[in-house]
Write a protein that binds this ligand. Structure first.
Ligand SMILES: O=C(O)CCC(=O)C(=O)O
Ligand SMILES: [Fe+2]
Length: 301
């Protein structure tokens, strides 16, 4: 049901890989991708680095709490996001980071490019996560080129749009589903992602469920070295509905779980309205509207 795609084959233009990506993009909105520049060992190191951070006592993480900032970089306590207004806030913890701009760059005053809040422990957190951010962005761009080639979007539509991306790297920590959790409690409640492409690494534990058209849920999992990819709202708008943003959720189960999504969002001024339409929808406007709806500390009173 969920296409499994060899990225090297896709980049080489192999017809079966392109057909699988076209199906993923236009039907279910999800795929798994393997044979990328990011090895299983590399991804495992990233996941264990996040795990070490999340295992610290709460008071040590509170120093990096994004709730004290006007941005969404740093640690987010359980309940800091509510992606579905009909559900309770998500019980996962998060750590989000983004592009590091040089000191003095005028964009630093923009919440999308606020300084990252790097924790001092684990000791190599900043080094490991920053390097992964850069390399995961490159893999995401390679996937997007493959998408464009597979669904007949002119290659130049995406080129240049991601040079100073608002890409956000998240770390999600789902403890085992709490005993108090009820029908409205989720690790992450049903939502669509806000941006273009999400490149998700996980520790291999199950939990992610993708909504099937016509009803029902499909479980998807990927060990380190394989990625789940899906498309977000901006991509659905940009492609005039050809590429689909599919709702998904994590209810949470018996064991803890870590996932690391790279939300590969384009540059702030990118017009993500359907190509050829008169409309202008700036990527930065869409993203800030969605952040302000879902991060509780950014909600306008
Ligand atoms: O943890 C997962 O598998 C999915 C996370 C997710 O959907 C998100 O962070 O947007
Ligand atoms: Fe998501």
């Amino acid at each position: 049901m969920i296409p499994r795609i060899d990225l090297e084959a896709l980049s080489a233009g192999r017809p079966e890989a392109r057909a699988a990506m076209a199906e993923a993009a236009t039907e279910i909105g999800f795929a798994t991708v393997h044979n990328t520049a990011l090895s299983a060992d590399r991804v495992s190191e990233v996941i264990e680095t996040y795990r070490a951070l999340f295992k610290l006592p709460e008071d040590r993480k509170a120093a990096y709490d994004m709730a004290r900032t006007g941005s969404n970089r740093g640690w987010g306590a359980p309940g800091s996001e509510q992606v579905d207004p009909d559900a309770n806030p998500d019980y996962k913890q998060v750590f989000d980071c983004g592009l590091t701009l040089p000191e003095g760059d005028p964009r630093l005053s923009n919440p999308f490019f606020a300084p990252n809040l790097w924790p001092e422990e684990p000791a190599d957190f900043e080094r490991v996560i920053r390097a992964y951010y850069t390399d995961a962005c490159a893999v995401a761009m390679e996937v997007l080129r493959g998408v464009a080639a597979s669904v007949d979007i002119p290659a130049d539509v995406f080129e240049g749009a991601f040079d100073a991306p608002m890409a956000l790297l998240g770390g999600n920590f789902y403890p085992s589903r709490p005993a108090w959790a009820g029908a409205k409690d989720f690790g992450i409640a049903t939502h669509t992602d806000y941006g273009c492409l999400t490149l998700l690494a996980t520790d291999g534990s199950p939990g992610l469920e993708v909504r099937k058209r016509g009803g029902g849920w499909i479980p998807v999992s990927a060990p380190p070295g394989e990625f789940v990819i899906n498309f977000g709202e901006m991509m659905e708008m940009w492609s005039d509905g050809v590429i689909r943003a599919t709702p998904h959720r994590v209810q949470g189960g018996m064991s803890e779980r870590i996932s690391v999504p790279l939300f590969f969002n384009p540059a702030h001024e990118t017009n993500v309205a359907p190509a050829g339409s008169e409309k202008v929808i700036l990527a930065g406007d869409h993203l800030s509207a969605r952040y302000n709806e879902t991060y509780l500390h950014l909600k306008k009173a």
